[in-house]
Write a protein that binds this ligand. Structure first.
Ligand SMILES: [Fe+2]
Length: 300
């Protein structure tokens, strides 16, 4: 799930987790030449839902969070359950190390579908995530909570992880300029969430947020009262431009018109109206992920 491409080496770094017997998780590294360089087992105690992971320039970080496979839950329609007692850990492994090199750091039980980005900071590792207190309380559509932007700092000397809430408003689907994946990014883009999952209000919100992670400043792009957002994907407008010189694109759904559209926003004029809108011939489901692929990377 959610593989990452290192913008410096071109390596694709990924993991797989859906195995019914140990090892439940594997680390996968594919070189820029498309050849498999590494397939390593990662030792986690439970078969957990591991939706995404993190890369820095030197490490990958696995999130062993307690949404645990439980066949007994199948009767409720979904075989995973949030199990606080299983604990939660972040596993730091050198990108070209072995699975057995992974160091585990305890954190408070929680769940993260999507981190935003991670980077090495001396002997610390910093990760921004959309963190929720739990997930899948009793069924697949019964989120106990929704995510909020947090900053985790792993101190690899003391073995402690500190946790800091960046924004108390719900948001998820965080992205940065892909050139900064694994490095310290100044700007992050998130989609707002419309409320707790147990409420009748749809979870997908009607705003996008641009954060300056160095100052905490946040700009809002309101999509419209009846419009629910999607993942904000950044496309640079030039090779060597400023980090936020480019466009944020998202596929939204207008619940009144029952139409989907691709909205393109100038990232440096984030509050302004979209610079373009592409009306789509059919609905795109909420939660679709996407990436910007420059035309020179598309085989002709
Ligand atoms: Fe996802």
């Amino acid at each position: 799930m959610h593989p990452k491409i290192c913008p410096i080496t071109g390596d694709l770094l990924a993991f797989s987790y859906f195995s019914f017997q140990p090892p439940y998780v594997h680390y996968i590294r594919v070189g820029a030449d498309g050849k498999l360089k590494q397939l390593d087992p990662i030792d986690v105690p439970n078969m957990v839902m591991m939706h995404d992971f993190n890369i820095t320039q030197n490490n990958v970080i696995f999130m062993d969070l307690p949404v645990v496979f439980d066949l007994g839950e199948l009767a409720n329609g979904f075989p995973f359950k949030f199990s606080r007692d299983a604990g939660a850990r972040l596993g730091v492994m050198p990108r070209d190390g072995r699975g057995s090199d992974t160091r585990w750091f305890e954190i408070d039980p929680c769940y993260v579908f999507h981190p935003v980005n991670a980077y090495d900071d001396g002997t610390n590792i910093v990760i921004h995530v959309s963190r929720q207190n739990e997930a899948f309380g009793s069924s697949s559509d019964d989120y106990a909570e929704v995510g909020r932007l947090y900053k985790w700092t792993i101190d690899t000397v003391t073995g402690k992880v500190s946790e800091e809430m960046v924004d108390d408003r719900p948001g998820d689907f965080g992205r940065v300029n892909d050139k900064y994946v694994g490095s310290k990014a100044r700007f992050a883009y998130l989609m707002s969430l419309g409320g707790e999952g147990n409420s009748e209000e749809p979870v997908y919100g009607n705003s996008l947020w641009k954060y300056d992670l160095t100052t905490g400043q946040c700009w809002e792009h309101h999509l419209g009262a009846t419009t629910r957002g999607g993942e904000p994907v950044f496309a640079p407008s030039s090779h060597n431009g400023a980090e936020d010189e480019g466009y944020v694109m998202t596929i939204v759904h207008d619940t009144a018109a029952e139409k989907s559209r691709l909205v393109i926003i100038d990232a440096q004029n984030f509050n302004g109206p979209p610079v373009a809108t592409i009306h789509l011939p059919q609905r795109v489901p909420y939660g679709a992920h996407g990436n910007w692929v420059p035309h020179n990377l598309v085989p002709m």
